[in-house]
Design a protein around this ligand. Structure first.
Ligand SMILES: [Zn+2]
Length: 323
């Protein structure tokens, strides 16, 4: 991440249009889904491994090591990660997205994502923009939590939704100051590929919702009420936070965030960004280090995500036909 308070023109209208497509329903009662013991600690361990690789901006040695770590960890879980590597013609550098698909009984998907690149803090003309940066929270935390969610979601046998986990490359703006035309490379590519797949096969699987995890491990956690995120999904996540008793960490601060959820919103896919930006004192600073994140934060966000998913399914997936 990302720019604060940057609105894509027309976005609010798209969100509104998307929202009116839904039938009015009574809110689902969400039962708390407890994360397995040690989930937060294991996620923290992944972040420690990533931080050990150092800076992970696209093309760096640490970035390459992080990609290897993500793939290896998923393979060790018995999953089949897919790597999508491409060159951006204007930037002339390679990007790599990693996806893993966890089938449900319905082919349509809920996509959960994070970015794996870190902010590039080297080679800028302004010396103030060059410093040692390891991105423990931004976005080691998202990667660590998503890896552990993969382990849990793989074992769920009654889920309707197919869940796709995506580790996006190139979220961060290549220029130090936010420049939308030089950011969100991985998510834009993923959504373009999805749109092409629907042109090729209009009956193919649809993405019904997108949830983004970005800076979800802060010791002093405050996940923002992002005004770009879908209102209905935010309500479901808040109910999940209440069901698990974690509501105090959710949606106290308003923000309007430009992040990997924007390409999904522009494609009219209901999307939510769980992000701690507005009061994050370590954002894009040398202090975004392991000692400023906490396993407990990763654990509680994991519980809320696991509790919210059945709410997303209830809201967005057609009821099973009874014969
Ligand atoms: Zn960032």
């Amino acid at each position: 991440m990302k720019a604060r308070a940057l609105l894509v023109p027309g976005l609010a209208c798209l969100v509104l249009l998307g929202a009116t497509c839904w039938h009015r329903q009574r809110p689902a009662v969400l039962a708390a889904v407890r994360a397995p013991e040690g989930l937060g600690q294991r996620a923290y361990g992944h972040v420690a491994a990533l931080v050990g690789f150092g800076a992970r901006h696209t093309g760096s040695t640490g970035w390459s090591q992080a990609l290897g770590y993500i793939s290896k960890t998923l393979l060790e879980m018995g999953l089949s990660p897919k790597l999508d590597r491409w060159t951006d013609p204007r930037e002339g550098i390679y990007f790599t997205n990693v996806t893993v698909t966890l089938p449900g009984s319905h082919p349509d998907k809920i996509v959960i994502g994070c970015h794996h690149d870190t902010k590039c803090t080297t080679g800028h003309t302004d010396p103030a923009h060059n410093f040692h940066f390891v991105g423990a929270n931004d976005s080691g935390s998202g990667v660590g939590l998503l890896l552990e969610l993969a382990r849990v979601l793989k074992e769920q046998t009654t889920r309707r939704a197919t869940v796709e986990l995506v580790f996006f490359d190139g979220e961060e703006s290549l220029s130090f100051k936010w420049d939308l035309s030089r950011a969100l490379f991985g998510s834009r590519r993923y959504v373009r590929q999805y749109q092409q797949s629907l042109l090729d096969d209009p009956q193919g699987p649809k993405i019904r919702a997108f949830m983004l995890l970005d800076m979800v491990g802060g010791k002093d956690l405050h996940l923002d009420d992002d005004l770009n995120s879908d209102t209905e999904l935010k309500k479901i996540v808040m109910r999940a936070a209440q069901a698990t008793g974690h509501q105090q960490w959710f949606f106290a601060n308003r923000s309007k965030v430009t992040d990997d959820h924007l390409p999904f919103l522009e494609a009219r896919i209901p999307s939510i960004d769980l992000i701690d930006l507005e009061t994050n004192n370590h954002w894009h600073k040398p202090t975004d280090t392991l000692d400023n994140i906490a396993a407990q934060s990763l654990h509680l966000v994991g519980e809320v995500v696991l509790t919210a998913l059945p709410g997303f399914e209830e809201r967005l997936f057609p009821a099973e036909r009874k014969h």
